[in-house]
Write a protein that binds this ligand. Structure first.
Ligand SMILES: Cc1cc2nc3c(=O)[nH]c(=O)nc-3n(C[C@H](O)[C@H](O)[C@H](O)COP(=O)(O)OP(=O)(O)OC[C@H]3O[C@@H](n4cnc5c(N)ncnc54)[C@H](O)[C@@H]3O)c2cc1C
Length: 420
C-alpha cells in the first residue's frame, strides 16, 4: 500500500465489490485457488435486513462440493422440505422438496450474516485474501477503454483508495454502483406489485416459513431463529403512500383478516420497508477487466426463492472462468477470456427469470383484483387452484428447475491450491 497525495493505492489480481452471497462465495473460491483477491463491502458489518434467507437444494450440493457443507450446517438453520401454504383457511402441500431428484432432500433457511461471515473467515485462512469492510466503491478506473480497478472510500481508515486490479467483479447487488459506472443498463422489467416487509419478534411466527392467501391479501413469513422474524405483505405498485395516509390501524386490520397474530405485532410504519421486486437482466455481464454477477447482473425477484442460488451459481462459474483467464496473460483480463462466464450462465438465468415472471404475473393479478372478487367466488376458486396446481406436470417442472437449477454447475475443485 502506498500513499499518493492523500489517496492510498493498492493492487490485487481481482477486486470483488460487495459481500453478499455472490461476492463472498467467489472471494472464498478465488482465495482458495491462490488468486490475490480483495473484497470490498460498504457496510461496516454484515448485518443486513430484508434479504433472502432461503437456499435451494442446489446450493447445498455446491457447498458439499466445496467441502464446507457440514460446517455450514453447524450454523443456526432450519431444514425446509415442504413450505407451508394456507389458502382460505386450508393448508396445502404445494411442493415437497424431498420428492425431487436432488442430492439433498431439503432447502436451507438461514440468516445471511452468519453464512457470509463464515465464507469471509474461511477466505481469511488464505494469504491471498483481504476483506475491507466500511469501504464503498465509487467509480471504476479505466485505461485505454479497459477497466483496471476501482476508486473507493474506506471509512474505517478514513482514506480515499485506488485499487488497481486485473479484474473488477461487480457483486454489489440490485443497485450496483459498478454496473452504473460501467454504463450498463440493468434491464429492469415492469412489475405491478411491491413488497411491504416488516420485522417481528421471534415468537410472533410459529413456523419456519409460510405463505398465507386470503381474500384480503397475501402474507409471507419467516421465523428466523432466536433473534427475530419477518413478514412480507404484497401491495399494488405505487399505493404505499395511500396506505400510509390511511394509517397503521387500517393496514393492521387488513393484515389481521389474513393472520391476526402477525397483525398484532405491527405497531408502526417504522417497522416497515417497501421493497421493489421487479426483476432485471443486464444487457451484458462482461467487458475488458470487468465481470458482473448475482443481482448486479440480473436482479432477482423474490418469487421462488432464487436470488441466492443464482448468485452462488454465478460465483462458481465465475471462479473457474477467472482462474483460467488469469493463466498465461498479463494486464486487464480481456472480454474474450471472460465471455465464457456469460455464455454459460445467461441461458439458465433467463429460464429462471421466465418462470419467476410467470409466477409474478399471477401474483400481480390477484393483488390488483382481490378487492373486486367476491369471497364466494375467490375462496372456492383459489382452493381448487391449490388442490389441482401441484399435480400438474408444468408446476412440478417449475419447482424442479427452482430447486435444482435449469443446468447444474459444478465447483472447479481442481483449481484449489489445497484439496477440499
Ligand atoms: C425481500 C426479499 C426476499 C428475498 N428472498 C429470497 C429467498 O428467500 N431466497 C433467495 O434465494 N433469494 C431471495 N431474495 C433475493 C436475494 O436476497 C438476492 O438475490 C441475493 O442476496 C443477491 O445476492 P448478491 O450477492 O448478488 O447481492 P446482495 O446480496 O445484494 O449483496 C450486495 C452487497 O454489495 C454491497 N454493496 C453495494 N454497493 C456497494 C458499493 N458501492 N461498494 C461496496 N459494497 C457495496 C451491499 O452492501 C451488499 O452487501 C430476496 C430478496 C428480497 C428483497
Amino acid at each position: 500500500m502506498t500513499e499518493d497525495e492523500g489517496t492510498a493505492t493498492a493492487t490485487a489480481d481481482v477486486v470483488v465489490v460487495g459481500a453478499g452471497p455472490g461476492g463472498c462465495v467467489l472471494s472464498y473460491l478465488l482465495a482458495r485457488s491462490g488468486v490475490e483477491t480483495v473484497l470490498l463491502e460498504r457496510h461496516a458489518d454484515l448485518d443486513r435486513e430484508f434479504r433472502g434467507y432461503f437456499f435451494q437444494p442446489l446450493v447445498l450440493r455446491l457447498f458439499e462440493e466445496m467441502g464446507v457443507l457440514s460446517d455450514v450446517l453447524a450454523l443456526d438453520h432450519d431444514e425446509i422440505r415442504s413450505p407451508a401454504v394456507t389458502a382460505f383457511g386450508r393448508s396445502y402441500d404445494v411442493v415437497d422438496i424431498s420428492t425431487l431428484p436432488a442430492s439433498h432432500d431439503y432447502g436451507l433457511l438461514m440468516e445471511q450474516p452468519p453464512l457470509l461471515r463464515f465464507f469471509i473467515d474461511r477466505a481469511r485462512e488464505f494469504d491471498a485474501f483481504e476483506f475491507r469492510p466500511a469501504t464503498t466503491a465509487n467509480d471504476l478506473l479505466r485505461e485505454d477503454g479497459r477497466v483496471v480497478g476501482v476508486s473507493a472510500t474506506d471509512r474505517e481508515r478514513d482514506e480515499k483508495l485506488e485499487l488497481r486490479s486485473r479484474l473488477v467483479v461487480g457483486a454489489d447487488g440490485r443497485y450496483s454502483t459498478v454496473r452504473e459506472a460501467a454504463g450498463i443498463d440493468p434491464g429492469l422489467f415492469d412489475s405491478d406489485v411491491e413488497l411491504l416487509w416488516f420485522k417481528l419478534p421471534a415468537d410472533a411466527v410459529g413456523t419456519a416459513a409460510q405463505g398465507r392467501i386470503e381474500g384480503e391479501g397475501i402474507l409471507l413469513y419467516f421465523g428466523l431463529g432466536a433473534e427475530d422474524a419477518q413478514a412480507g405483505w404484497f401491495v399494488e405498485k405505487g399505493t404505499y403512500p395511500a396506505i400510509r395516509e390511511r394509517g397503521i390501524d387500517a393496514l393492521r386490520r387488513r393484515i389481521a383478516a389474513v393472520d391476526p397474530t402477525i397483525a398484532r405485532h405491527l405497531r408502526s410504519f417504522d417497522q416497515c420497508s417497501l421493497l421493489r421486486i421487479e426483476p432485471g437482466l443486464s444487457e451484458t455481464w462482461t467487458r475488458d477487466g470487468l465481470l458482473l454477477l448475482g443481482d448486479a447482473a440480473h436482479v432477482a425477484s423474490p418469487v421462488g426463492g432464487q436470488g441466492n442460488g443464482l448468485a452462488i451459481q454465478d460465483a462458481v462459474v465465475a471462479h473457474s472462468t477467472v482462474v483460467t483467464a488469469l493463466e498465461g496473460a498479463d494486464g486487464a483480463l480481456p472480454n474474450e477470456r471472460l465471455a465464457r462466464f456469460e455464455s454459460r450462465r445467461r441461458p439458465a438465468v433467463e429460464e429462471v427469470l421466465r418462470l419467476q415472471r410467470r409466477g409474478e404475473r399471477a401474483l400481480s393479478w390477484y393483488v390488483r383484483h382481490r378487492d373486486s372478487i367476491p369471497a364466494w367466488v375467490g375462496s372456492p376458486l383459489t382452493r381448487a387452484l391449490f388442490a389441482v396446481l401441484p399435480e400438474t406436470a408444468s408446476f412440478r417442472r417449475t419447482w424442479e428447475t427452482f430447486a435444482l437449477g435449469p443446468e447444474p454447475v459444478s465447483v472447479d475443485t481442481a483449481a484449489f491450491e489445497s484439496p477440499p
